[in-house]
Design a protein around this ligand. Structure first.
Ligand code: AMP
Length: 403
């Protein structure tokens, strides 16, 4: 079984082709700067003998149609498929599924119209997903296509966790509530953690920390998401690369009155100019750590703020859950920044959380335990794989559809 996973954004398309017999990646790549003067298209694939080949091309790709045409031709030329009908299914990443999608959905006109209707709740992501999906359906009409939503895993949140304390009519009229994001990643690492700990996922209580350029925390009770740090949009919660995360909403009125900032300017400031970058000028945790070590005070401040916010969420979700079986670190920062893991869990022994500094310092791309033997809560590092999870959910969906 071959499943292609597409992550179409407004100016890029990322793709991965999986052999589902062994979850092997047969090919992967990205087409970037779509619609600009010069675009970049890349493919990496395995030759039948097993050695890896790469191709990169600077070319002109003016829209998603041209991007997917380049990708299909590259996949065919590389020999991983003969034609698009070789694909058993295509899985599409969709960030915002609102309240409409609690699980993946077979792509049809209705599903596409719902994704379009949800654009106001996912203005940065859903338009690109939809553009890619429409082209993909047009180019591969015989291949079943499935939409997998970042929000779906959080559809189990109770109402007292997803409601905002603003007039109820805004929930009724505009569906303003917490949706949560990164659900595919939180679900994937929860499943892997349950398997690794040899515990039934339906009994597993966990706090999963997806720490990348975007970052979020989820409280998982009996295998289900019961609270998560991102909200109506991915702006809420942790301090991120360029997003502020939690803040007093009155700051916005103050800035608008004092500096005359418009809504669009405030939106850009909070999403693109804040977070780690807003404090110290860099959104790259590697650079921030290096700068802090060299005595840069702002980098140190950004680093301390990031860890402090993270610790507050670990503490509050520990309280929400009562019993925590494991904490999982994942994402570029969670998987690699051992000092962040150590700092954010410092002095949490009373919560049953104790990291072993030696285990924590091991560099590896494998799943591993970093908590001390006498830590009540297991602390794990689990590399995430959102593309594989989308492929797995796509496969489950088409099998359900055919049965
Ligand atoms: P992601 O969005 O999951 O790709 O993660 C990107 C973030 O991971 C950036 O802030 C990177 O600086 C950070 N990152 C990647 N590798 C490392 C590393 N070895 N040490 C610290 N941070 C890292």
């Amino acid at each position: 079984m071959k499943i292609l996973v597409l992550n179409a954004g407004s100016s890029s398309v990322k793709y991965q082709l999986f052999n589902m017999a062994n979850n092997e990646v047969l090919a992967s790549g990205v087409i970037e700067q779509i619609g600009e003067k010069e675009s970049m298209a890349k493919i990496k694939y395995k030759k039948p003998a097993g050695d890896e080949q790469k191709r990169e091309e600077k070319c002109s790709i003016h829209d998603h149609d041209a991007a997917l045409t380049w990708m299909s031709e590259a996949l065919i030329q590389s020999g991983v498929i003969h034609n698009l009908n070789d694909l058993d299914a295509i899985g599409h990443r969709v960030v915002q599924g609102g309240s409409s999608f609690q699980e993946p959905a077979m792509v049809d006109d209705y599903v596409m119209s719902e994704i379009e209707r949800l654009i106001p709740l996912g203005p940065l992501h859903n338009p690109g997903h939809l553009a890619g999906m429409k082209v993909s359906v047009h180019q591969s009409p015989n291949v079943p296509q499935v939409a997998v939503f970042d929000t779906a895993f959080h559809s189990t949140l109770p109402n007292y966790a997803y409601m905002y304390a603003i007039p109820y009519k805004y929930y009724e009229e505009l569906r303003i509530r917490r949706y949560g994001f990164h659900g595919t990643s939180h679900y994937y690492v929860t499943k892997v953690a349950a398997k690794y700990l040899k515990q039934d996922i339906n009994t597993l209580n966990a706090i999963t920390l997806h720490l990348g350029n975007g970052a979020s925390v989820t409280a998982i009770e009996n295998g289900q998401s019961i609270d998560t740090s991102m909200g109506l949009t991915p702006l809420e919660g942790l301090i991120m690369g360029t997003r502020s995360g939690d803040l007093d909403p009155a700051i916005l009125f103050y800035l608008a009155r004092k500096r005359g900032l418009t809504l669009d300017e405030l939106d850009k400031m909070l999403n693109k100019e804040s977070g780690l970058k807003g404090i110290c000028g860099s959104n790259d945790m590697r650079e921030i750590t290096r700068m802090a070590e060299e005595g840069d005070e702002r980098a140190q401040l950004a680093y301390d703020m990031f860890n402090y916010r993270l610790k507050k969420y670990i503490g509050s979700y520990s309280a929400v859950l009562g019993r925590v079986d494991c904490i999982v670190f994942t994402g570029g920062i969670g998987e690699n920044a051992n000092d962040v893991r150590l700092k954010s869990c410092e002095k949490l022994e009373n919560f049953g959380i104790k990291i072993d500094p030696i285990l924590n310092s091991v560099r590896s791309s494998e799943i591993r335990t970093i908590s001390a033997d006498d830590s009540k809560v297991k602390v794990l590092v689990i590399p995430t794989n959102e593309e594989l999870e989308i492929a797995i959910e796509t496969l489950e969906m088409i099998q359900k559809h055919h049965s």
